[in-house]
Design a protein around this ligand. Structure first.
Ligand SMILES: Nc1ncnc2c1ncn2[C@@H]1O[C@H](COP(=O)(O)OP(=O)(O)OP(=O)(O)O)[C@@H](O)[C@H]1O
Length: 668
């Protein structure tokens, strides 16, 4: 891979220029040594069958039926077939994601053997650790630039000291250079040089085009130095030239770095078709041809279906195997079966089975390369948890200030709410007619702040989609995701609490002491952290914007109803009191903010023509005053429990986060 060579242009041979050239050469050699596959020699699959329970009949149905294949390092395979022929299902299997593309994943079962270097896999994780999958619907972080997207993925995939230098040593600086050169080369190779510093794009900020996103998605997996790369329709959404470019580059990388590349593809042009080394043609889950592209014409001629001259071979093969639009479907079905039988007994069919057997023989003798070294290499490249957390934190931070959807919109909403509340509940006196407005303000402020956390759901869902992709590719995990998500939120939520309180507290005249003010800030902060943790949990369980939004709104409605404001805890019915009230975080916020306002404060009663009229009778009634504790007694609140309640709040927050962690752990 060529690194940027701008510095070496022209005839300047100054010492500085020579140094740059040396560094460039070092980078190239370093990159090659790091990305070159020396451990995986071959990948074979034998008798792969994926069965599901048919949606309509309830009977077992083979989506992939007894499919064989054999690839050596450096080869690029295209999986071709009409829509619904089982390409994605097979790709998922080869990428060790045992699921169908349909939603009926739970009922899918599979048979057959995957062989790496001719040896059966001791565990799925061996293949998974060296395989990267590029999905059809690729998720990217919209607030990052193209270069940053590649850089963060590179950081997630390799520990900073895993790269070996040309001299055989291994330093952080060389690893960093290695990554940087790889990123720049990928930017060039995928035609993204002019967009290198452009944002990928958010719903509010237009970014790169769909085709450029597709290319970036592929480049993102290549930057992680995989040994096996599986791509689901890498050319979809690209014009024929861009599609050809992508496949051509994949072929070059595969040859140079000895990678195994498997891609499903729809309708490639003749030029693109000829770039592949091998093709697997499928229909109704079965193999119709597997073998070198250059032998495909010979095979079809031999079985009586010659490919006409000047016809795109891919189009011809797809037309032959597609029965969906056939006029006589029975006849088309019979033709398919005849072709499939002819394949099984053909020379090409025997050749693939022979290649698998030879690889197995070598695997048994140990001459095909061991699996142990594959595992050791994969483990040595993996960055530690701290490194992954720091990378995610860094990425979240960039996203947090660039994408207004993450915190900007909420900041504006909280600021607006603070101004609105401060001016509606303006300069209340310490008098009895202000007591109800104070109580309402405490409830409304905290409940609404919590409710507005639902605005975090779209930003979290983007992170979630990214997490799923990275988890499947072994780049991230639930622990790193939950820790980094929590840490990035804390300072922002604290700033929101401070801004909101600084405006409303003093405009509305809550208890005017510094301690009471900071106590209020603390409770608003805990309220926001708990609300955001609830969003993380619900959006992780139901990763759909509409569903998660509805659930977050419902949960907030429930917590508001039972927190003690609408119905004082003293008379709240037993079911809600014991089932929901005690783990409703809004209960602790409301209770402690009430205690903060009323426990130490005294309010004047109303003076009438006949004397004094106090709405709350306390021991100060004879002085025409109300002791705030009298208000609290109505709710059954007592001061002195703040430490315990902060602990309970932290427990609730931890509970939500741990539950979200379990949910993310279980997601595949
Ligand atoms: N439970 C099921 N019952 C019946 N058919 C199913 C079930 N699950 C999946 N299928 C079907 O299996 C077929 C294989 O799907 P798959 O996505 O692997 O095909 P594909 O070749 O990748 O298609 P495309 O090119 O359109 O992406 C599809 O026709 C799908 O509808």
């Amino acid at each position: 891979m060529s690194s940027s060579s701008a510095a070496s242009c022209g005839g300047d041979q100054s010492p500085a220029s020579k140094e740059v050239q040396t560094i460039d050469a070092d980078i190239e050699r370093g990159a090659d040594s790091h990305f070159l596959n020396t451990t995986v020699r071959s990948l074979a699959w034998k008798g792969i069958t994926v069965t599901v329970k048919d949606r309509e009949t309830g009977l077992p149905k083979n989506l992939v039926d007894n499919v064989d294949g054999f690839l050596e390092a450096g080869e690029v395979l295209a999986i071709l077939g009409p829509s619904g022929s089982g390409k994605t299902t097979l790709l998922n299997h080869l990428a060790t994601r045992h699921q169908t593309s349909a939603s009926s994943t739970s009922s899918a079962s599979s048979q057959g053997t995957l062989l790496l270097n001719g040896q059966p896999l001791p565990s799925i994780s061996t293949l998974r650790s060296i395989t990267r999958f590029v999905e059809q619907e690729d998720s990217l972080v919209g607030a990052l630039t193209v270069r940053e997207t590649l850089a963060f993925t590179a950081r997630l995939s390799t520990s900073s000291s895993s790269s070996s230098s040309p001299s055989g040593g291994s330093t952080k600086k060389e690893a960093w250079r290695d990554r940087a050169s790889r990123i720049e080369a990928l930017i060039d190779a995928f035609g993204l040089r002019n967009q290198a510093d452009a944002l990928v794009g958010t719903p509010l900020r237009k970014g790169i085009s769909g085709g450029q996103k597709r290319r970036l998605g592929v480049a993102c997996q290549l930057v992680t130095a995989p040994r096996v790369l599986v791509l689901d329709e890498p050319t979809s959404g690209l014009d024929s030239v861009a599609g050809w470019e992508v496949i051509k580059f994949l072929g070059e990388v595969a040859k140079r770095e000895r990678l195994i590349v498997i891609a499903s593809i729809h309708q490639p042009s003749t030029a693109t078709f000829n770039l592949f080394d091998k093709i697997l043609l499928m229909s109704r889950g079965k193999t119709h041809y597997f073998g070198p592209v250059r032998q495909v014409a010979g095979h079809y001629e031999a079985i009586g279906y010659p490919i006409p001259l000047h016809v795109n071979p891919a189009e011809f093969l797809l037309e032959m195997t597609n029965t969906d639009f056939a006029v006589d479907r029975d006849e088309a079905g019979r033709r398919l079966e005849a072709m499939q039988t002819a394949w099984t007994t053909s020379e090409a069919g025997k050749a693939v089975r022979g290649a698998i057997e030879r690889a197995e023989g070598e695997g048994e003798k140990g001459s095909g390369g061991g699996l142990r070294e594959v595992e050791v290499e994969a483990a040595s490249k993996k960055p530690g948890l701290l490194s992954v957390v720091l990378t995610l934190l860094h990425r979240n931070f960039v996203k947090s200030y660039r994408d207004v959807v993450v915190y900007g919109i909420r900041l504006a909403m909280y600021f607006g709410l603070a101004i609105m509340m401060g001016t509606v509940w303006l300069r209340l006196d310490a008098a009895q007619e202000s007591i109800i407005p104070f109580i309402n303000a405490i409830f409304f402020g905290s409940a609404f702040m919590s409710f507005m956390a639902c605005a975090y759901s779209p930003a979290y869902l983007e992170d979630y989609m990214q997490f799923i992709k990275e988890k499947r590719n072994g780049l991230s995990g639930a622990t790193a995701m939950i820790i980094s998500n929590f840490l990035i939120g804390v300072p922002y939520l604290f700033i929101f609490s401070l801004i909101f309180s600084a405006i409303t507290y003093w405009l509305s005249n809550f208890q005017p002491t510094a301690q009471a003010f900071f106590t209020s800030v603390l409770w608003i902060f805990l309220d926001l952290v708990a609300a955001e943790s609830l969003v993380v949990l619900l959006a992780s369980i139901f990763p759909s914007f509409v569903v998660s939004l509805a659930l977050i709104a419902f949960a907030n409605g429930l917590w508001m109803s039972v927190d003690g404001f609408m119905v004082p805890p003293t008379i709240l019915n037993v079911f809600y009191r014991y089932v929901f009230h005690f783990w409703d975080y809004q209960k602790y916020v409301f209770e402690n903010m009430m205690v903060n306002e009323f426990s130490e404060r005294v309010y004047t009663c109303a003076t009438t023509a006949t004397g004094c009229q106090c709405m709350w009778q306390t021991d100060l009634a004879d002085q025409c005053l109300i002791r705030g504790q009298g208000v609290l007694d109505q709710y059954g609140y007592q001061p002195g429990y703040m430490g315990k309640d902060v602990g309970i709040m932290m427990g609730i927050i931890a509970g939500y986060r741990i539950a979200a962690w379990i949910v993310l752990k279980l997601k595949s």
